[in-house]
Design a protein around this ligand. Structure first.
Ligand code: AMP
Length: 649
């Protein structure tokens, strides 16, 4: 049979041909609390809840005395760990948290912040925002995940998030004096599959078995005690204004199930913008604009004073201080409110939209919950309460509320809350094989069933008419380490150029644990389906072993996945550059053509020599730097020609 290839929109992949093997059919169901009966989940082992935030992160657990959630404050350093990672020049281990923060100004190139915004994204997803980061984000001109360049090393957002998680884990272990291996991690409700998977991978790299990824608004509701009793029915709004991001979610809670009815927000709006507006206000008032450029200590001082003033005004009506040079700084609460009013108005517009999308009115809401440090600003609290027509609930610490809710979710998963409904879940991830033998997860481990999930794929070869779908179960990144459940061909796709067919692969897991996999080519409506019944089930011990293996091999697995993705991206670049030069040689000089051919050869050599990820990326970088001006030149020429053409007409 002909080898068939396809790649997914994200992550890009290919179905490498493999000889059909006997189908292994496996049990897809488990109870969340089943591990208690197998003894695999020791009740005394702590499962932490982690809020992996854009600006700040926290870890919480359920205190054994009183069984209340508590944010972990290791060595009196406070519970908040700034989500900042600094790489020292000497190649020493990265520094995370408060100690890393000063380097944002003094050594921005080697200091990574807001990495959550990059998780599970490709360069195109950043939509022009890439340039505003102090560090270097690589445009690899492909659909692969972005990379961050620090010195001559390349890191993925997963690597960097794992550094933050390692720090949180270390703090928890230090404070609780016990190993911490299991966690629940929260993500925004609007995170897509690949962002959720990236968060899971980061947890695994940090040595954590991620029992569940939970939506932040769900965690906030749990922290407020909503959804803990099975007969409760509530509709709530969760308004989350942090340092750099804003989102609002409308949730419906019914029989222990949290449904996100709508979300809205702005991933570039938060307390930092309030600080910036205040800095601009003072800069204008004191005529400091000309002194600011390049004066890092002055910029830093102004920014810190602005944040201090903002926090002070949450309690008082007036703020006064002075700059090191003696210039007096003043701002009243009324002036501050006037400055930030447009920002607050934007958040209210989002709330209105979220309600409209959920087809609800403010009267339908049982509660409005506040999350994020910036909800301490009185104008925010008042505006939100006025808009929703009820007092917003801010009785919990807005910095901690998400982590506290994650800890409650962890406690539920540990089976410590017998009163909470237990739902059937799938104990292992279900997915299909993509490029290079990678596992592309479709239904995540611990998903409640029944459930349905799908992804879209396309071909990578012109005229491809068949697509092989191989279904796997397991937690490892390479399918050869997982269990193959089924394999079938989607045949009869009309011949089209590569990338044009749209193939939806859907997994439908019903309440009896029967998995139906269907593949549909949308343009031609060609379809094929297979049903996999839960026979020859895995024992709990086997499931446990598979989970253990995924943790033990996390590092090598993620490294293997990255090298496969990097190689694929490099191969595609070679293909694109060669095609470009072929088509546009008349616009290039002999020397440019020669130089490009030499660099392409260089990259081919690195690939042939099985170069490591960084070596490939460096060579890709050089080739891109060389060729991107050519692409721009050709683009300009075509625009010019098109315009001339118009004039002639
Ligand atoms: P988060 O991302 O949720 O940790 O929120 C951090 C943001 O909350 C930062 O912009 C802080 O300046 C802001 N913040 C923290 N405390 C206060 C306060 N008392 N008043 C106003 N803003 C605050």
């Amino acid at each position: 049979m002909q080898s068939v290839r396809a790649y997914s929109i994200y992550p890009r992949g290919r179905f490498a041909y493999r000889a059909p093997r006997r189908l292994r059919l496996t049990l897809f169901m488990a109870k969340v609390a089943i591990n208690l009966s197998t003894g695999s989940l020791q009740q005394e082992e702590i499962i932490v809840g982690i809020d992996l935030g854009t600006t700040n992160s926290l870890v919480a657990y359920i205190h054994p005395d009183g069984r209340q959630p508590v944010a972990i404050n290791d060595q009196g350093r406070g519970s908040i760990v700034p989500s900042v990672v600094h790489f020292p020049a000497d190649g020493e281990a990265p520094i995370v948290g408060n100690e890393a923060k000063p380097y944002l100004l003094t050594n921005p190139e080697n200091t990574i912040y807001s990495v959550k915004r990059l998780l599970g994204k490709n360069y195109g997803d950043l939509g022009g925002h890439a340039a505003q980061y102090g560090y270097k984000i690589i445009d690899d001109n492909s659909e692969g995940m972005v990379k961050i360049r620090v010195g001559d090393r390349f890191y993925s957002p997963i690597d960097l998030s794992a550094e933050i998680l390692k720090e949180l884990r270390a703090r928890a272990e230090h404070a609780l004096k016990t190993p911490v291996n299991r966690a629940v991690i929260t993500v925004p409700a609007y995170f897509n599959d690949s962002q959720r998977q990236a968060t899971r991978d980061a947890g695994r790299l940090a040595g954590l078995d991620v029992l569940r990824i939970v939506n932040e608004p769900t965690a906030a509701a749990l922290a407020y005690g909503i959804g803990l009793s099975p007969d409760e029915e509530k509709t709530v709004a969760v308004y989350d204004l942090g340092g750099g991001t804003f989102d609002v979610s409308i949730l419906r809670i019914q029989q222990g199930i949290f449904e996100v009815l709508s979300t809205n927000g702005d991933t570039y709006l938060g307390g930092d913008d309030m600080d910036r507006l205040l800095v601009e206000h003072w800069t204008g008032q004191l005529g400091l604009a000309s002194q600011l450029g390049g004066n890092i200590p002055l910029q830093q001082e102004l920014r810190l004073l602005a944040e201090q003033a903002k926090k002070h005004l949450s309690q008082h009506d007036d703020f006064q201080d002075e700059l090191t040079g003696g210039s007096a700084l003043r701002i009243s609460k009324a002036e501050f409110n006037a400055l930030i009013q447009p920002l607050v108005d934007r958040t209210i517009t989002s709330c209105r939209q979220a309600l409209t999308d959920a087809q609800l009115s403010t009267a339908d809401l049982d509660a409005v919950l506040l999350v994020g440090g910036s909800t301490r600003v009185p104008l925010v609290y008042e505006s939100v309460s006025t808009f929703f027509g009820q007092q917003a609930n801010n009785s919990l610490n807005p910095d901690e509320v998400v982590a506290l809710g994650a800890a409650i979710q962890a406690d539920i998963l540990a089976g410590n809350r017998r009163d909470v409904l237990l739902l059937d879940v799938t104990p292992l991830t279900l997915g299909i094989e993509t490029m290079g033998g990678l596992m592309d997860p479709i239904i995540g481990r611990n998903s409640k069933i029944p459930t349905k999930a799908g992804r879209q794929y396309t071909t990578s070869v012109d005229g491809q008419v068949n697509l092989k779908i191989s279904v796997y179960q397991g937690e490892r990144d390479l399918v050869r380490e997982n269990r193959k459940l089924a394999e079938f061909d989607l045949r009869g796709i009309p011949a089209m150029p590569a990338g044009l067919p749209k193939v939806d692969v859907n997994f439908i897991l019903n309440a009896d644990g029967i998995l139906k996999v269907e593949a549909i080519e949308l343009r031609s409506n060609t379809r094929q389906a297979v049903e996999i019944k839960p026979q020859n089930g895995l024992t709990d011990e086997q499931v446990e072993q598979m989970l253990m293996d995924s943790l033990v091999h996390a590092k090598e697995d993620v490294a293997a996945r990255m090298i496969i993705e990097t190689r694929t991206m490099a191969e595609q670049l070679i293909y694109q550059v060669e095609r470009f030069v072929d088509k546009n040689s008349q616009y290039l000089t002999e020397e440019e053509i020669h130089e490009t051919a030499a660099q392409v050869q260089n990259l081919k050599d690195v690939l042939a020599a099985n170069g490591d990820k960084d070596a490939i990326m460096r060579t890709v970088d050089t080739l891109e730097e060389l060729t991107s001006p050519f692409a721009e030149r050709v683009m300009n020429i075509s625009i010019k020609q098109a315009m001339q053409g118009k004039r002639i007409e």
